[in-house]
Design a protein around this ligand. Structure first.
Ligand code: 4AD
Ligand code: MG
Length: 569
């Protein structure tokens, strides 16, 4: 690879390389090539780079031989942007047949040229040398050029990043993650990593995946016992006897002041006998099945010596940092064992959860609104080409929606007002009955945001009976200071609340909901010692991507979807 056409490493480290013209080619810092984005996404479409030598790598989107096989056109994409670079290879450079199949990886060098008048490209690459090829057998490649449905692609999660849609989603997802950190860092929030394995159920909804080694331990024990039956009591007694004998032998030699070598040899025999005994004792403890005590599973034998789960939310843990460092956020994977086969639910999804001390429900709503609007503006500023792709292929209104949300204040209504509005709806029959006290269903949420207000709506002060124990009880003693942000296309995007900071009230709420106090003692400590008014919320990251892109199914906006019955790779 180190030849005259590949710039030497020290030159590439300088990131830009000029060859005398005034438009420098930008070399990637950590791979020996020029990113296609830095060519085709320039304001001039790359024309200003014509005449310059570059090396590019990528995967062939479409390739075709032309001029009776004398040259080939390749549309090359390296994932740095949605656009492809047109590449032309002469048959004198390399056999063309192996270059043209869709999915082929090529790494080539050549000269950028302005194509003949009348072509849609601003610049194309004339290949002088093919450096590397990762071939594809087109008769076997599972993702041919034809348009494939997103559902079909879910069977190829390992190859689907090569498609235009999944790569655009990946760039949008990346941009939203970057925007998230930018927003919170800009406002003085500290990023806290909360645990993935937890022993407390934040939402109290009992939808947790259990983390246990009891099953694999039981399987291991079963297998081992089959291969090697456990020692009998007589075997253990015999081994104990041997340890005693060897011990006595050592004692005798010592008292007889025997030679050092003799004593050492005898001690070694004793050690061996002891090791053998402990192995037998260990094996005698092996029992098939799950350990039980008083008719229940005995978790004291489990890895953590107690029941443990995958987290459903980092909120409770991040509160410990909010109650010390004031403004914090966590952003990580969360897990819910809900058996809902909807286009809005995943078993593993990512959540952004800020937590703010010295703040109430109104501050919480202000923060949620500012954050969502910031995300929308960020995509307009940084991902317009990918958003245009979404408009063309999935949702004509996607860019307009981002513009509307980034520039429009959200509607704010109480739950009671929301129910009244929904009760008065006559033009539509809801599947789920509307009355004060119900948990709003997705159809209700979407009606409020899509039909009644046609913009994001924050619904606040929900009945306490349908919300989690940690939410602040309002003075009416009937509602809690909760808020949900509802957006068109998706429904619930954010769930949050002011937290109950009064010790007596929260203790009562936990008991009222039939939850045990013991696992929440540490959480109660935050109220016992230096309690502070605080609030926070959780934004479902994939829901945000659905909202932004207009894609219909949440399984297509996470790299590796997990849902009932499926966890590929
Ligand atoms: O409303 P949720 O359950 O709120 C909490 O977990 C709070 N502890 C957050 C907090 O206050 N720190 O979940 C928050 C958001 C929802 O609004 C929704 O967008 C998303 O997480 N969400 C899901 N996304 C995908 N798949 C699922 N199964 C989801 N469940 C919730
Ligand atoms: Mg919720």
């Amino acid at each position: 690879m180190e030849d005259e056409a590949t710039p030497p490493v020290h030159q590439m480290a300088a990131a830009t390389l000029t060859d005398g013209s005034d438009s420098p080619v930008q070399w990637a810092q950590f791979s020996r090539r020029v990113l296609i984005r830095t060519i085709v996404c320039r304001p001039d479409g790359g024309v200003g780079l014509s005449g310059q030598k570059v090396t590019v790598g990528g995967w062939v989107k479409t390739g075709r031989e032309q001029g009776k096989g004398s040259f080939a056109f390749l549309e090359l994409n390296d994932g740095s942007c949605p656009a492809n670079l047109q590449v032309i290879v002469d048959s004198s450079v390399t056999p063309l047949g192996q270059l043209v199949p869709t999915g082929t990886c090529v790494f080539v060098e050549g000269e950028l040229k302005k194509p003949p008048e009348g072509t849609k490209q601003n610049v194309e690459l004339r290949v002088e040398k093919v450096l590397e090829i990762g071939p594809v057998d087109p008769s076997k490649y599972p993702l041919p050029k034809t348009k494939l449905t997103l559902e079909f692609l879910r069977d190829y999660v390992h190859l689907r990043p090569r498609t235009n849609t999944i790569s655009a989603v990946a760039r949008i997802r990346n941009a939203l993650a970057y925007a998230t950190h930018t927003f919170f860092q800009k406002h003085g929030f500290l990023y806290v990593h909360t645990p993935i394995i937890t022993t407390s159920d934040c939402e109290g909804a009992g939808e947790m995946f259990q983390v246990t080694t009891l099953l694999s331990d039981a399987e291991k024990a079963e297998k081992e016992l089959k291969q090697n039956p456990p020692p009998s009591e007589a075997d253990i007694e015999a081994a104990k006897l041997l340890v005693n004998e060897k011990g006595e032998a050592v004692a005798q030699l010592k008292s007889a002041k025997a030679k050092k070598e003799e004593i050492t040899a005898s001690v070694a025999e004793l050690t061996k006998a002891k090791e053998n005994l402990s192995k037998l004792e260990e094996r005698s403890k092996l029992k098939p099945g799950i350990p039980q005590k008083d008719g229940k599973i005995d978790y004291s034998h489990d890895f953590f010596a107690r029941q443990a789960f995958l987290t459903v939310s980092g909120q409770l843990q991040v509160e410990t940092f909010a109650c010390a460092l004031s403004s914090v956020y966590t952003f990580g994977p969360t897990f819910r064992a809900e058996h809902s086969h909807t286009s809005r639910h995943l078993a593993e999804f990512w959540m952004v959860e800020p937590e703010i001390a010295f703040a109430d429900l109104e501050d919480d709503m202000n923060c949620a609104e500012a954050y969502v609007r910031f995300l929308c503006q960020w995509l307009l500023d940084n991902c317009l080409d990918d958003m245009q792709f979404m408009v063309k292929n999935f949702d004509k209104t996607a860019i307009d929606r981002l513009k509307m949300v980034s520039s429009t204040p959200f509607e704010r209504i109480s739950y009671t007002e929301a129910v009244k509005l929904l009760e008065n709806v006559t033009e539509k029959k809801f599947e789920n009955k509307v009355e004060w006290g119900i948990d709003l269903a997705s159809e209700h949420e979407r009606y409020l945001t899509e039909v009644i207000f046609k913009k994001p709506v924050i619904v606040y002060n929900y009945p306490k009976g349908i919300k989690a124990f940690y939410m602040k009880l309002n003075d009416d003693l009937k509602t809690v200071a909760a808020m949900d942000v509802l957006v068109p296309k998706v429904g619930e995007l954010i769930g949050g609340s002011q937290r109950e900071e009064r010790y007596e009230v929260i203790e009562k709420r936990i008991l009222e909901m039939g939850l045990p106090l013991e696992p929440y003692e540490w959480y109660l400590d935050l109220r016992r010692y230096g309690t502070v008014k605080h609030c926070g919320f959780g934004l479902g990251f994939e829901r945000m991507i659905l909202f932004a892109t207009g894609i219909d199914n949440i399984r297509d906006v996470i790299p590796f979807p997990r849902f009932p019955g499926r966890a590929d790779l």
